[in-house]
Design a protein around this ligand. Structure first.
Ligand SMILES: Nc1nc2c(ncn2[C@@H]2O[C@H](COP(=O)(O)OP(=O)(O)O)[C@@H](O)[C@H]2O)c(=O)[nH]1
Ligand SMILES: [Mg+2]
Length: 359
């Protein structure tokens, strides 16, 4: 069995290096992953659109460039965690997420912070491409080079974030001050956002009984910040705020802020929300939280690729979890997955890893 795995690996390695030689430096689209990654690391925001294009490609050549890009923005290359505050913003359609983001973007820009928004478009699952609908709704000055708004595909996994979205967050977080991932849904879809975001915000509109029920029933994890939109409608927002605060009290999460905002002019509550977000980030042990999140995400990604059999072959979830916990806190997703793949191939010792993570 072992020699067979070894032989397969040798063949794969030969394949990898020849692919690598052909694509060294640039792929056919001219993207140089390492150079883009270095520019992001130097906080050159103009590298971001090309970086996102590269990370969305699936062909093998671009993928090795994408790996090179991600290595340049890994915590190891950065000498610590990426500087951005990564915010996950989630809520049902029509709750007012995009309107709220328009107001938040204006506030952050006013404070001199650069902002990137990745709007995860659930409708693009079927079409395979991103639709413009959601992106168009986040208003911002198109001339402002300190703002980037992108629509990104939801990917095939239900309620999940596609691997390119995670990669995009990692890349953007090296360069921007604020990185927001906007996702649609309420209930379980937050868990994935939690794996990329420092701060999870759930946005609901007044009278959102679902959220209340989900919270009470424990279907939905308590977010870091809860926002009720459309406060300009008055009483309904105030009632919802009281109901949600009561629910959080009952759950022992009375410290979770519940804020009512109006995103349409005259806006209200936006500065308070911005302060609540910054406050949450300040209380976080970012290094630990992000390392744990990357390990959880690596486990999930490995399970999605190899199935439960793949996990069992490594001795089960607990064994995989402790193997991941042994890795350096700054190890990025690619490195963690390489470790799991090496172990899956029966190679226990930590031999130097192959240059890319090609499949
Ligand atoms: N009156 C009022 N309407 C709002 C507010 N926020 C959003 N809306 C409206 O609610 C609808 C849905 O908002 P949108 O931001 O697209 O929600 P999303 O689907 O969660 O992104 C739109 O018609 C908005 O104009 C608000 O604070 N007050
Ligand atoms: Mg929207």
């Amino acid at each position: 069995m072992r020699w067979q795995a070894r032989r397969e690996r040798a063949l794969a390695a030969a394949g990898d290096s020849s692919t690598h030689r052909l694509n060294r430096g640039r792929n056919e689209h001219g993207a140089d992953g390492a150079a883009l990654g270095r520019r992001l690391r130097e906080r050159d925001l103009s590298a971001a659109p090309a970086a996102l294009n590269l990370l969305e490609q699936r062909a093998v050549g671009p993928r090795s460039e994408a790996s090179a890009l991600l290595r340049e923005v890994s915590p190891q290359a950065l000498g610590g965690e990426a500087p951005a505050h990564v915010v996950g913003l989630t809520g049902p359609p029509g709750a007012g997420k995009s309107s709220l983001l328009s107001a938040l973007v204006a506030t952050w820009r006013g404070a001199g912070q650069s902002v990137a928004v990745l709007a995860v478009d659930p409708s693009s699952k079927r079409s395979g491409g991103s639709l413009l609908g959601d992106r168009a709704r986040i208003e911002h000055d198109p001339e402002d080079s300190g703002v980037l708004i992108r629509s990104t595909a939801a990917g095939a996994r239900l309620g999940g974030l596609a691997p390119p979205t995670r990669a995009a967050v990692q890349a953007l977080a090296a360069a921007f001050d604020m990185v927001v991932v906007e996702t649609v849904g309420v209930g379980q879809s937050e868990t994935d956002v939690e794996d990329v975001a420092d701060t999870v915000v759930v946005v609901v509109q007044p009278g959102a009984g679902d959220t209340l029920q989900f919270l009470k029933a424990g279907i939905m994890e308590v977010p870091d910040v809860l926002v009720i939109t459309k406060a300009d409608h008055g009483d309904p927002a105030r009632r919802s705020q009281r109901d949600l605060e009561a629910a959080l009290d009952a759950l022992g999460s009375e410290a979770t802020p519940v804020l009512a905002v109006s995103s349409v002019p005259p806006t209200s509550g936006i500065d308070e929300l911005s302060a609540a977000l910054a406050n949450h980030r300040e209380t976080l042990d970012v290094t630990t939280v992000r390392a744990d999140a990357r390990r959880r995400a690596a486990l999930a990604e490995f399970a999605a690729e190899r199935g439960e059999r793949g996990i069992r072959a490594l001795g089960g979830r607990r064994a995989v979890t402790s193997l991941l916990a042994e890795q350096q806190a700054g190890a990025d997703m690619g490195t963690l997955l390489e470790v799991l793949e090496r172990h899956a191939a029966g190679e226990e010792s930590s031999t130097p890893s192959s240059p890319g993570r090609e499949r």
